[in-house]
Design a protein around this ligand. Sequence first.
Ligand code: ZN
Length: 480
Amino acid sequence: MVIGLVAILLLVIIFAINTFRFTSKQLARVEPIEKIQLDDRCTQRFISAVQIPTLSYHDHIDTLAFQQLDTLFQKNYPLLYARMHFRAVNQFSHIYKWKGKDPSLKPVLLIGHTDVVPIENKEAWEEAPFSGKVKDGYIWGRGTLDDKINVVGLFEAATMLMQEEFVPMRDIYFAFGHDEEVGGHAGAKSIAKYFEKEGIQFEYVLDEGLVILKEALDGLEPPLAMIGIAEKGFTNLKLSINLEAGGHSAMPPAKTAIGMLSNAIANLSNQPFPARIDGATRGLLEYAGPEMTWLNRALFANLWATQSLIKNSLGKDAAAAALIRTTTAPTIFNSGIKDNILPSQAVATVNFRILPGETVQSVKERVENIIDNESIEITVDEGISSDPSPVSSTTSFGFMVLQKTLQETYPETVIAPGLVTAATDSRNYAPVSNDVYRFTPVCINRDDIKRIHGSNERISVDNYHDAIRFYKRLIENSAR
Ligand SMILES: [Zn+2]
């Protein structure tokens, strides 16, 4: 009895000490900067870019739309085109170089993409997707969040700095791909290859990615600005079964193609990949935790004891579950042609989003072990597969500059590293920088996130203006 009480007391003390020592990771002594005034003309320039339907397709490209966008940019940002060295890659992807004063400093690369995804259901839009209409303080249109905000935001910021006769200390590069939404082969992949060939290494790279999310976590009052320090990998495994004969459905054998393949899929769904709280997601809890209400703070400060509890709670929500494990999603299942014929073939595709620490190969091996059936052939779709990105540092110059700039321009937010569960162009840039970050400067809620690639994509005018302020400050802070 007494021993039990002592043990409980000891546990409470350890919890309390850890919670007490779980102090803020926000930068000390960073003051918010004054908001620069922006006029209606900069909003109009953004709208004119949104109105051009630079859609991405797998089999062709609308050269006219991309040509129009180029012409528009040259008209809207003449100073930038005059002062930055311009290079086209595969015609519609572009590199801009702003020469710095000190060639001994490593350059910085800020990237984005100019293409947008097609409109699935026009009727579902409240305002036409390429209208750029301003209503209730929002600019409506495909590409407002993904990803013209980043491209135009950078153009506006650089132009303002040039008007102030600002010259960066280090070289600042912009690179915008035109086919991110269909894999980035002609854009980001080719751009990254060019930098590699030229032997250019960047201090850090920033791409689109995570956002400033309102009501991000239970127990966290301020919006959470998440800087993606890693990105999950991606693969499709094709499971195929090819029996010598299917047979007649009146005399079915014990094992059928459909039965065996269904079994394999069921086994995969019943044995999810192990959950892990490490890397970027652990970083998220370590940065957000100290800013939360005391109960959550105590939970996150004592992961040694609370980890399984937290894993369980995260596992209940699909978006949160994707942060802690490699996900398994059966996406295609094909077999059979007639109701009274047993098919000899069945084919399924299972999509995996791979947590850093695992690889396409290790996923394949685990799947082979679980299915454990020699009749089922498992093949990797090599063309679209990618291993997870390396995990970038949270103590690098790049992360520090991003954190400082965020605290200066969005002082009401909490800043944390995070994991990107979707695929972005940034995965191509690992060879040219150790520190690749993924962040889009918009403050939105979960409902807004559904608009990206969905219907009614829009951005508030305030968000657009804040993005310009963020990029301007980021370039100033980076350029030193
Ligand atoms: Zn995008």
